[in-house]
Design a protein around this ligand. Sequence first.
Ligand SMILES: [Fe+2]
Length: 283
Amino acid sequence: MTDLQDAIDAIDTLKPIPPVATQILILTEDLNNSLTEIKDLILHDPTITANVLRMCNSAYFGLARKVESVHDAIMLLGLDRIIELVLTVSLSDTFIDEYKGYGLGEGELWRHALLSAHVAKTLVNHYGISANKHLVFTAALLKDIGKLILGRYVAFSLEKINILVHSRGYSFDETEKEVIGMNHEELGALIAEKWRFAEKLIYIIQNHHLLDKSARVNSETVLIYLADIVCMLMAMNTGVDRLAYQFYGDALKRMQLTEDDLQQVIIETNENRENIDGLLNLV
Ligand SMILES: [Fe+2]
């Protein structure tokens, strides 16, 4: 059996994310009519309820009074924040391992995912970028899901991959494709399809490094690409493939952002680093 087929078959060995999270992911694709449905899902899931109460009553939030119910939590922190917390706690188990092929220790891929989500959210909130903020947050968390499987194949072929990256100027994902037959974006999209994620989410996962030129005009995909670039520039838990990707200057123009704006986001994220780490410990 080839590595490629072996990697595709390994999708079935992954622990799937909780069904309630999958439902929320589907509903967040189109927020026009779905906020009430998301609220109902959260309110009626006992595990989610327990987690939301535990998190909201932790020192991390430092709320003045005890949160007694999910309804209460939504009143205090807002539905948007609660949706983010629910997705964060639901997805963390999936990403928490170490991925040696990418040089990522235990929890580092997840930390990178949380930082990317923070950066993506900051770009939307501070720069008035028109985007579905829940989709963007989720896509930033899940974009590298293909690495969960591909890590072991990258580990086996790392020397060959490094030669291609350093001597031939290939990007990391181009070498994954050349050496293994598929890159982590493509494998991630296969996982996302198998787990029945929403189409927009699958598209972003498949194109988050903008290898396909047509994705460079899709605002939400470009936003996730930029969030990833910011994390790479900050050297935050990005592993062996750090900066071994193409930089498309047009991506900034597309979002009407400047290099100074990116610099500002880096400063803001650095200032919030403790907060983001706190969230990591919370789940
Ligand atoms: Fe990636």
